[in-house]
Write a new protein. Sequence first.
Length: 93
Amino acid sequence: MLREFFEAELGPSFIFDRVMRSFISNGVGRTLGDAIHEWHSTRGAMPKPIAEQFELNRFTRRWHAEHPVGGRAELLAAWRVYRSLPEDARGPA
């Protein structure tokens, strides 16, 4: 129900990312209007670093930046090639 509210107010691109989950869970006394304001105020921020253990997520972010119109099949093919390389030959994920 909460997700439907935010999607109706903010559009289909709304997600409960780390910032929004934290805002909601630590939000005693805050209103839904405050949450909408938080969403808008944090959207232009630089992407947060992805932790080292989430190699696929880091690879995906970098790959999409380099291939903005690339599709899922292309991404997964590139991931398989990347993972087939020895670790010292891979470069950044």
